[in-house]
Design a protein around this ligand. Sequence first.
Ligand SMILES: NC(=O)c1ccc[n+]([C@@H]2O[C@H](COP(=O)([O-])OP(=O)(O)OC[C@H]3O[C@@H](n4cnc5c(N)ncnc54)[C@H](OP(=O)(O)O)[C@@H]3O)[C@@H](O)[C@H]2O)c1
Length: 235
Amino acid sequence: MKKIALITGATRGLGFAMSEKLATLGFKVIMACREEKTGKISYQKLKDKGLDVVFEICDVEKISDIDNLYKSVSEKFDHLDVLINNAGINIEPATTKIENIDLKLFEKIINVNLRGSLYMCSKFIPLLKKSNDARIINFSSGLGQLSVPRMGPYPSYSISKTAVNQLTWFLAEELKNTSVKVFSVDPGWVKTDMGGPNAMLEIEEGIDTPIWLATEDSNNLKSGFFYKERKIIPW
Ligand SMILES: NC(=O)c1ccc[n+]([C@@H]2O[C@H](COP(=O)([O-])OP(=O)(O)OC[C@H]3O[C@@H](n4cnc5c(N)ncnc54)[C@H](OP(=O)(O)O)[C@@H]3O)[C@@H](O)[C@H]2O)c1
């Protein structure tokens, strides 16, 4: 039977590339897109290639969209094998200091990157538990890593990604006696709209570790850890 994966932020960047890759590898992929018009164009591109993809709307900033997504997905499918919380934003100026932080931007970043991922997990855990080999892959970032010297600017984004790591850690403990494993992933600095043209990695390289986490024999993966380049890295 085909494995089923649900990917947030599937319209472009890493989310779109992972949708294509997992569908190519034989998954049924539910592409959850923030916006209907652009999302449908991305979905149609994969449909035209003969890939098994399903289109859903979900702006993860909106609680009601996540509720509706859960309703729609659980009506169509009796389980879920992979949830990839990929949707993310980094919309504050690089020069932002806590001293002059714009709380509206802070709240938006936290609501998309952290609350969106957390509530997606919360809603979909029952459906994931119905798979005998389920994974949640939370997109974090090197900017959320506490164990390395300060790497860059963007306080709100960094704080949101550190908190995503805590979500992974916490949830893995909560789910330790279930069939659901939970991972954080740092894709590296990737040439997407977010990463920009000077980034070090091509998109194909950026999706390597999350795709591996979604497809590798789960006996080789440790739930509740932070992965980069197919290895566990310090928090
Ligand atoms: N690129 C990097 O160097 C890098 C490094 C570390 C971590 N990451 C993480 O990797 C993930 C993907 O990043 P990316 O580089 O692919 O970014 P991107 O090119 O900017 O794409 C972001 C994706 O997220 C979607 N999105 C934004 N806000 C959303 C919302 N409220 N609800 C649902 N979807 C939403 C976008 O959809 P729309 O097209 O509708 O806006 C788009 O599909 C993010 O979590 C990011 O933090 C990226």
